[in-house]
Design a protein around this ligand. Structure first.
Ligand code: UDX
Ligand code: ADP
Length: 453
């Protein structure tokens, strides 16, 4: 089937950037991104390209090129479904917080609602593409809903997991290591291959059966997260010995079998995918009675939780076992640099721990709004305990300690002498990202410590 109209349900961190790039690279295909969330669609249509709902370097340029030409954002879900030959499902699949599989399994209610809506509306054959991260065998469930509640039209289901990382979404989409397409129907697979072939070399477009594709996505995220937990486990050992985790990471990373990427010790991984996908993998393994497999992967999440709490505990202990009433400046709230996404950010856990110890927490992040930070903490807007600033120098003024939670490049460019002069003494810095120059910070006079060194 030659694709002329694509619809994507879900205008979030995955759907928005992915569809913007497809539209940019395939000017002959109309791409309509739909969402129930009106405010989000309005923001995607904002004439000011700096105010798109998702912050990603380079995304404004892509949207500028395609929006209004062949890229559209709308709340009219039915119309977009009806007109499209190919429908991407890119809605959120959070960890289920109720019933069976609570805290582990993926909540598929949004996916099911989408499938039912597609079945109700579709009056011609459609290719339905799973873009959200889903448990293995979800495609089968979608197919069953579509076939049993539809209007007798033909549905083909493909799995096309997204591997983009936030903060580098546009470059990842422009130059993917691979595009993975899982399916059981050669013609449907070919239709999607042709979309990507507009800009991705054919040898990077991998086709598999549906279940391999679904499982590959979970496995890739589990392996990546495992690397972070592995180096974070070593970071704690480094802190007890004279070893420096950066030196260890460099030394092992030069072994080509290990590789140098994803070995940065940190305050813990965050983001919407890693924890959710591992817990999902754990749940699936358990449901097949594979307890050793489940326990093995669950340890990656346990280690990550430990790393986050260990960071806040260290702050409290170092500040003479009490932070009550002390001003602690947190630099960074996003789960990594170059994104405004805060889902599962380590900063949230650390702030909660410090607030529980009655610290006065003051936060600065270059891209995250005050509303979002307060929402993440489920705080009243007028709550006194947490303050959000827009000027990092003001935020750090009179602070007893600074905690660095996100590796924003701008933190490296600050006048740290000026910050030191404005702080309460002794002036502590807890660098959760190994971002700053240890030697220089110590020379200025800071009591500086970084994760794993
Ligand atoms: C991840 C996968 O990389 C991507 O392929 C998938 O499609 C979605 O999930 P993302 O969560 O956006 O992407 O960001 P990623 O760069 O993987 O970082 C995840 C977390 O791990 C961040 O909190 C990051 O700071 C942390 N991290 C990463 C480390 O602490 N150390 C590292 O060496 C690398
Ligand atoms: P992701 O990081 O996977 O892109 P997000 O939460 O950023 O996740 O985006 C998912 C989007 O999907 C949200 O904007 C949400 O409003 C939208 N969504 C969820 N269910 C539906 C639905 N049935 N129809 C349309 N949009 C939906």
């Amino acid at each position: 089937m030659k694709i002329k109209n694509i619809c994507c349900i879900g205008a979030g961190y995955v759907g928005g950037p992915t569809m913007a790039v497809i539209a940019q690279k395939c000017p002959n295909i109309n791409v309509t991104v739909v969402d129930l969330n009106e405010a989000r669609i309005t923001a995607w249509n904002n004439p000011d390209f700096e105010k798109l709902p998702v912050y990603e370097p380079g995304l404004d340029e892509v949207v500028k090129e395609a929006r209004g030409r062949n890229l559209f954002f709308s709340t009219d879900v039915d119309k977009a479904i009806e007109e499209a030959e190919m429908i991407f499902i890119s809605v959120n699949t959070p960890t289920k917080m109720y019933g069976a599989g609570k805290g582990m399994a993926a909540d598929l209610k949004y996916i099911e609602l989408c499938a039912r809506q597609i079945a109700r509306v579709a009056k011609s054959d459609k290719i339905v593409v799973e873009k959200s991260t889903l448990p293995v065998r979800t495609a089968e469930a979608i197919k069953s809903i579509l076939d049993n509640t539809g209007n007798g039209v033909n549905f083909q289901i493909l799995s096309n997991p997204e591997f983009l990382a936030e903060g580098t979404a546009v470059t990842d989409l422009h130059n993917p290591d691979r595009v993975l397409i899982g399916g059981n129907n050669a013609e449907a697979i070919q239709s999607l291959v042709e979309v990507y072939a507009h800009w991705v070399a054919k040898d990077k477009i991998l086709t598999t059966n549906v279940w391999s594709s679904e499982l590959s996505k979970l496995t890739a995220n589990a392996f990546l997260a495992q690397r972070v937990s592995s180096i974070n486990a070593i970071s704690e050992l480094c802190e007890k010995t004279e070893a420096d985790v950066n030196e260890v990471a460099k030394a092992i990373g030069m072994d080509s079998r290990i590789g140098s990427k994803f070995l940065k010790a940190s305050v813990g991984f965050g983001g919407s995918c890693f924890q959710k996908d591992i817990l999902n993998l754990v749940y699936i393994a358990k449901s097949y009675g594979l307890n050793e497999v489940a326990d093995y992967w669950e340890q990656v999440v346990i280690m990550n939780d430990h790393q986050k709490h260990r960071f806040s505990k260290n702050i409290v202990q170092t500040l003479y076992n009490t932070v009550s009433g002390k001003r602690i400046a947190m630099l960074g709230w996003a789960f990594k640099k170059d994104t405004n996404d805060t889902r599962e950010s380590a900063a949230i856990t650390v702030a909660q721990d410090l607030i529980a110890e009655q610290a006065k927490v003051v936060v600065y992040d270059p891209k995250v709004s005050e509303n979002q930070i307060k929402f993440d903490l489920e705080q009243d807007h007028d709550n006194e305990i947490i303050e959000v600033g827009t000027n990092p120098y003001e935020v750090c003024k009179k602070a007893h300690a600074i905690a660095i939670l996100t590796e924003w490049d701008e933190f490296k460019t600050y006048d740290w002498q000026k910050i030191y002069d404005s702080m309460s003494k002794p002036a502590f810095v807890f660098d959760g990202r190994n971002l700053l120059d240890k030697q220089k910070m110590k020379e200025i006079g800071f009591v500086y410590s970084a994760v794993g060194s």
